[in-house]
Design a protein around this ligand. Structure first.
Ligand code: C2G
Length: 447
């Protein structure tokens, strides 16, 4: 009996896939189909897969062509499978010609002609193209433009940049530059907002009123009341309002949170996060400090993310300690916040005028997590124990600082209408509460 194996993502299964499976099957008597797991696809740069692994497996099964379906989970698995399942022929589409020649050592490799004119990429693009507008600071707008290219079903339909002097026209298609924010909103279905936090409420409100979905740099608002108003408006209009904290959408960070929720280091007793960056405050025009992102707004949401996601929003008390460059304009060069929970503590240190080791340490009753600087671009973390033989290191890919995963999530969220689980609204709101307390100087000590 001749045994054949083939692999694929099989997203939105189409005629091209079915033809490939038919021809693979006809090469032998028994066909095994390896369907790629989500993590494996992400690791090899396929971040736009629309259907879940289960849905894709079901679709392959329904063709009736596979005698057996397995899941492809890791690099190098093909050799393992070929040996384990005693495979005679490995078949794959001609888009892979040459790439799998190394398997000839284990079985016969056959490249089958790819069917022209149909692909998952095109099907995905047809289903949902979100026209996204970008508004705010040029430095961020530019990053999002570059990252949007990797996201299917998303098109940058316009840009409105506030700091126009920074604008590099060569990097932008001039047609897409809007004259005003209102003008931009006319052209889009959704908007990414990176204006100054003091304008977020107004900017988000305007977008929601015009029926546009919103992805906004965190903090979404400066008071809880404003946050609640925006959330209810978004709900009422069935629009998505999502925080743009890129760290939250990375694979390593998400795995870490899941492992900890599963008790890998016992009970979490302390979360300590530091995020700093030295911006050149010497050259800043002091009268305009109020328009700059201070430490609490620039870094607070990111540093607070693991605190609230691991310990929840219900702390008993907190003390904010800040050093101000300019007190009237609330420009903190450094802020430390200490939280006390019933059975845990947490601290964050954020600074734009102070430099420190940007690490994340999470202490538990059985072990601890160490994430080296810059932890907010996490692609690696370590679980460490008293018995160092138990220590484990985890590696995951992180492309584009996490922005492209954030955009993929945003598009999926718009499409399904279900808010994303990456940053729940209790977390967003807890972040806003901290920022509000900072501006109200509640329990704030100045140094
Ligand atoms: N295919 C085809 N014609 C198309 C589209 C796809 O013949 N119009 C083939 C591909 O060449 C592949 C299979 O269908 O053999 C599955 O395609 P994808 O779902 O795109 O999966 P792919 O990324 O090619 O996965 O490590 C190798 C991967 O597992 C193959």
């Amino acid at each position: 009996m001749k045994r054949v194996i083939t692999y694929g993502t099989f997203d939105l299964l189409h005629f091209g896939h079915v033809r490939l499976l038919e021809r693979a099957k006809s090469l032998g008597d028994y066909l095994i189909v390896g369907v790629t797991a989500e993590d494996f696809d992400k690791a090899r740069g396929k971040i736009n897969v629309e259907q879940s692994l289960m849905e894709r497996i079901e679709a392959v099964k329904k063709t009736g062509l596979a005698d057996e379906v397995i899941v492809e989970e890791y690099e190098g698995q093909k050799i393992d499978d070929i040996q384990r399942y005693d495979i005679d022929i490995f078949a794959i589409g001609s888009d892979w010609v040459g790439k799998f020649d190394y398997l000839n050592e284990y079985c016969k490799v056959v490249y089958l002609d790819r069917t022209q004119g149909v692909s998952s990429t095109e099907l995905r693009a047809e289903r949902n193209t979100v026209r996204l507008g970008l508004m705010g600071r040029y430095s961020n707008v530019r990053k999002y433009m570059a990252e949007a290219v990797y996201v299917n079903g998303l098109e940058i339909a316009g840009v409105y940049v506030e700091d126009r002097d920074q604008l590099n026209l060569d990097a932008l298609n001039t047609e897409s530059i809007a004259e005003s924010y209102d003008d931009l909103l006319e052209k889009v279905d959704a908007v990414y907002i990176t204006s100054h936090p003091s304008h977020h409420f107004e900017d988000i409100h305007k977008a929601l009123m015009k029926g546009k979905h919103v992805l906004c740099e965190s903090p979404i608002a400066l008071t809880v009341k404003q946050y609640d108003d925006l959330s209810s408006l978004a709900n009422e209009k069935q629009l998505i309002l999502m925080d743009a904290i890129k760290t939250a959408y990375g694979m390593a960070y998400n795995r870490l949170v899941l492992l900890l929720k599963g008790g890998k280091i016992g009970k979490v007793v302390s979360v300590d996060a530091t995020c700093t960056s030295l911006s050149d405050l010497q050259q800043v025009d002091y009268t305009e400090l109020g328009n700059k992102w201070n430490s609490i707004c620039a870094w607070g949401p990111t540093a607070l993310l693991p605190v609230f996601q691991l310990l929840g929003p219900n702390y008993k008390s907190k003390v904010i300690t800040s050093s101000f460059l300019d007190k009237e304009q609330y420009f903190d060069v450094f802020t430390k916040i200490a939280f006390i929970y019933d059975h845990a503590v947490a601290s964050i240190k954020v600074g734009k005028g102070v430099k420190s080791e940007g690490e994340l340490i999470i202490s538990g009753t059985q072990g601890y997590v160490y994430v080296p600087a810059p932890w907010w671009k996490m692609d690696y973390f370590e679980l460490r124990y008293e018995d160092s033989n138990r220590n484990r290191r985890y590696f995951y890919p992180l492309d584009g600082e996490g922005i492209r995963y954030e955009l993929v999530t945003f598009v999926k969220t718009i499409e399904t209408g279900r808010s994303s689980h990456y940053i729940q609204s209790i977390t967003s709101k807890a972040i806003v509460q901290v920022v509000e307390d900072f501006y109200n100087r509640n329990n704030l000590i100045e140094i």
